[in-house]
Design a protein around this ligand. Structure first.
Ligand SMILES: [Zn+2]
Length: 152
């Protein structure tokens, strides 16, 4: 980050603040050369490319609202949903990509949702993976049974 006054190529961060949505980090910096201070705004950008062709910023709230529908009537708390959304975001950010496909968001949701509630998982997977017949459900259930047998 060059100093805007003297073009010194280095600067020291004196204060950082994250915006409410967590997407932007505002930093106060001080130039070690001329000692002047300036602010920078950095976006920890993570956008989701949707099937419609539109990109939008990644949103935990959207993850939660999508998963909440699948959790209707299930013993899943808001705290658990928030944790799930956090895991999804960490999972996606750890890939280091700035833009990801909406499909990848869905894939990142499936694993933690499977740990949270199997019925909600099946509902979500049925929409998300385009289950078309009972066979698709059956295959998914057989897989879940064999996985839970493996861990029991
Ligand atoms: Zn300077």
């Amino acid at each position: 980050m060059h100093c805007p006054f003297c073009r010194h190529p280095d600067s020291r961060v004196v204060d950082s603040r994250t915006s409410d949505d967590g997407a932007t980090i505002r930093r106060r910096r001080q130039c070690p050369n001329c000692s002047r201070r300036f602010s920078t705004s950095e976006t920890a950008s993570l956008s989701v490319h949707k099937r419609s062709g539109v990109s939008e910023p990644f949103s935990r709230a959207k993850v939660i609202s999508g998963v909440r529908k699948a959790c209707q009537g299930r013993p899943v708390t808001d705290d658990q949903l928030a944790m799930l959304a956090q895991r999804v975001e960490e999972d996606i950010r750890s890939s280091g990509q700035a833009e990801i496909d909406a499909h990848q968001v869905g894939l990142s949701i499936l694993h933690p949702l499977q740990e949270l509630d199997l019925v909600a998982y099946l509902r979500f997977a049925s929409v998300y993976q385009d289950f078309e017949s009972l066979d698709d459900f059956e295959a998914a259930i057989v897989r879940l049974r064999s996985e839970s047998a493996g861990t029991a």
